[in-house]
Design a protein. Sequence first.
Length: 166
Amino acid sequence: MAKRLPGQKSTVKRREDIPRPYNGGQWTAARMTSFIKSALRGARWPQKYECIQRAYVSDGINPKTGRKCKLHRCPSCSELFPATGMQADHIEPVIGPEGFVSWDLFISRLYCEGSGFVALCKGCHKAKTKEENATRRQLKIDNQTNEYIHPIDPKAPAPTRRVFAP
């Protein structure tokens, strides 16, 4: 595939059959939903960072840099990590196994109190998230219906699935 030069327009054709009611006619309902979720997740919620501070156990040496640091214990694997190796995990997933339900539920789960978080190391957090996503994906397949309701615009058409033959 040839590389595009600066100033050269894209050759990808824009699908005109998809309604774009947002951002001056440039965004679809799905793009708007993605934008809102991203903006909400990007906000700094103090309870999230206090969770990691509560996992502090002692001062020590960062194994990667060799410098002094505060070490935190991961309750899942019981190993010690510097604060940069820890992540605050929602005990109750922000988007549960039932999928996206409503903005009110999404926001209440995203901005829960400190007791709704647990500090996990990055590896354990990644494994837990992967397991939750797999459960949600399987539940979606098991409960698949023909009805589709978009979270922002209930009148938006259902997304079309493209099937590519090998």
